[in-house]
Design a protein around this ligand. Structure first.
Ligand SMILES: C[S@@+](CC[C@H](N)C(=O)[O-])C[C@H]1O[C@@H](n2cnc3c(N)ncnc32)[C@H](O)[C@@H]1O
Ligand code: SF4
Length: 388
């Protein structure tokens, strides 16, 4: 087992899902809902606490290494609610003194006013959804903030939190590589140790999917999309933030430790509506998921103590596939020995040889298998080949 994976082998993450937003962005299919009435945070806090207790009864004696508040828009939560959740986690498990505690935030001025409160509650990293640095594009994406407001929020985050990251979406309608390079350079001037750069995905049943079907979204063609991807790698690499995952860039040491838990197929608990978890219980790997609809989840937790709707034990093959699917997103790749131990079989050497010949994967002297930069744009096909 490699040093990096071995060192983090004991990692245990806790994910908390806040499923509400002030408005729904037309590209987004996350489990996020808009409510006309104010959300009863006290009631949600009590339900989070109950689910933390019921989960901790299944996986005791863990040391929490990372906590992540995702959404939806967790920056709509009051700092006291965040503090209540963190206290509850600390009552059930030991929390490592250097635990990474991230909160996803929308970069509006209203939300930035709560940043100090989050810091006081224990949050030590924020991830801001900036999405674009062009006001016209932000309006098309249905965002409620301007580029200036977003960069101001980034500046406030920088002054309050030790660590911060922000997200941009690229491969947007009508986007050209030259303009993207300029936007990305401006972003890098404001970036700390981490940036998430997502290619726009047209998710089914979203307003963007309907616009796309009606021919009203001019998405970059394959060559332009490839040029946008190459531009991303060049510009970020030159600034010392190479991709450590297909959509995530960091200075060495600045990686998001919570997301590494997922990509390294380690253990994590999912708390809140529609949260997923992977729990190791009596030598078996459980894939868990909770009820997605917020109010239904609340009612379930209040009556049953948890909102679980799925609790499947993964067989070796499923575990192996998951390790490939997640691990090959990482620049560090996967440990072939660990894969064999998980999956109960080795990867077909002839498939490895074929993909290596095409320059899509490489093996390191330590026996790690990793996707090359030219391989990342066709990652799905590479994974499907290796898993077959
Ligand atoms: C849960 S959302 C973000 C949190 C926060 N609510 C926000 O929007 O600022 C996580 C990130 O996923 C990305 N994202 C969401 N939908 C996407 C899509 N269809 N294509 C590409 N990126 C997407 C956005 O960059 C977003 O910031
Ligand atoms: S992108 Fe963020 S703010 Fe927009 S709907 Fe999705 S979760 Fe909510």
């Amino acid at each position: 087992m490699s040093e990096t994976e071995h060192g983090a082998e004991q990692a245990f993450g806790v994910y908390i899902h806040w499923p509400f937003c002030l408005s729904k962005c037309p590209y987004c299919d996350f489990n996020s809902h808009v409510r006309r009435e104010p959300v009863d945070e006290q009631r949600f806090l009590r339900a989070f606490q109950k689910e933390i207790v019921s989960t901790s009864e299944r996986v005791r004696n863990r040391t929490v290494s990372t906590i992540f508040f995702g959404g939806g828009t967790p920056s709509l939560m009051q700092p006291a609610t965040i503090a209540g959740v963190l206290n509850s986690i600390a009552r059930q498990w030991r929390v490592a003194p250097d635990a990474e505690i991230t909160l996803e935030t929308n970069p509006t001025s209203v939300e930035a006013t709560r940043f100090r409160g989050y810091r006081a509650a224990g949050v030590n990293r924020v991830s801001l959804g900036v999405q674009a640095l062009d006001d016209r594009v932000l309006a098309e994406l249905g965002r409620t903030h301007s580029a200036r407001e977003a960069l101001d929020a980034v500046g406030i985050a920088r002054s309050i939190f030790g660590r911060y990251s922000f997200d941009l979406i690229y491969a947007r309608p009508n986007q050209e590589p030259k303009a993207w390079a300029a936007e990305l350079r401006t972003a890098l001037d404001e970036a700390g140790e981490h940036l998430s750069l997502y290619q726009l995905t047209i998710e089914p049943d979203t307003p963007f999917a309907a616009l796309h079907a009606a021919g009203k979204l001019r998405l970059p063609d394959e060559d332009t999309a490839r040029a946008l991807y190459d531009t991303t790698q060049e510009v970020c690499g030159a600034q010392g933030l190479p991709a450590y995952e297909i959509s995530n860039h960091a200075r060495p040491g600045g990686e998001c430790r919570h997301n590494l838990v997922y990509w390294r197929a380690q253990e994590y608990a999912g708390i809140g509506p529609g949260a997923h978890g992977r729990l190791d219980i009596n030598g078996e790997r459980h894939a868990t998921a909770t009820e997605k609809r917020p109010e239904t989840w609340l009612n379930r937790v209040e009556s049953d103590g948890h909102g679980l709707v799925t609790d499947d034990i993964l067989i070796s093959e499923e575990r192996g596939d998951e390790y490939l699917l997640m691990g090959l997103r990482l620049a560090e790749g996967i440990d072939a020995v660990r894969y064999a131990a998980i999956a109960g079989r080795s990867i077909d050497p002839s498939r490895i040889a074929m993909l290596r010949e095409h320059g899509l994967i490489e093996t390191t002297p330590e026996g790690r298998l990793k996707v090359t930069l030219p391989g990342f744009p066709v990652l799905d096909a590479v994974v499907a080949d290796l898993a077959a």
